[in-house]
Design a protein. Structure first.
Length: 200
């Protein structure tokens, strides 16, 4: 009984230490080498691309393979950029993002699961247009590198698809020849270069 009690105490101490001291390393995104992009079908026959230029992230990871990583990414919806001012203004209004009412898009990763090699699954809660749903995306972890001038860096590419109708972005128009002007599926392509922060 005494040995059992000692073992239980050691286990509790280990768990407490993990909770208290886990994921000490924090990372920031180097936006000059990163992008949060998307594309959507246009007129059935082609695709239109866009990016979000303003975003922030809280990233923590200690493991060299990022298997313990946690992410919380917040995007400013008004920063949408499709290289067409008229279209961007339309995307900001109530037909789409309605940025006055819903200024941010958030992705809070609940699990960053290694599949094999550099392939991962990113599972988390995605909030857009006032709707939150769990989504599963694919990721490729590029690895870590330490450079005397650039510090320790990690690379990550996240891809996948969302149905915009699931989040209440249902604006569309039918074409005479059949089909709709815009597709329902929005394909995501995020490329992140992250920098490990050095403790003072």
């Amino acid at each position: 009984m005494k040995n059992y009690l000692k073992s239980a105490i050691r286990l509790f101490a280990l768990i407490l230490t993990t909770i208290t001291f886990g994921q000490e390393a924090t990372w920031t995104i180097d936006k000059s080498h990163s992008s949060i992009g998307f594309d959507i079908d246009h007129l059935v026959i082609s695709q239109t691309e866009g990016t979000f230029n303003e975003y922030d992230a809280t990233i923590k990871a200690d493991a060299s393979d990022f298997s313990d990583a946690t992410f919380d990414i917040t995007i400013q919806a008004a920063s949408v950029d499709t290289k067409n001012e008229r279209r961007d203004n339309h995307l900001r209004n109530a037909d789409f993002f309605n940025v006055e009412k819903y200024p941010t898009i958030n992705f809070k990763v609940t699990e960053f699961k290694k599949v094999e090699g550099k392939k991962y699954k990113v599972i988390g809660l995605f909030t857009m247009h006032g709707v939150t749903k769990e989504v599963v995306l694919d990721a490729i972890f590029g690895g870590l590198i330490t450079h005397p001038s650039f510090g320790t860096r990690a690379g990550l590419r996240i891809t996948g698809a969302l149905n915009r109708y699931d989040f209440g972005l249902k604006y569309n128009a039918a074409m005479e020849a059949g089909g709709y002007i815009l597709g329902e599926e929005v394909r995501i392509d995020c490329r992140l270069e992250m920098v490990k922060q050095v403790k003072a």
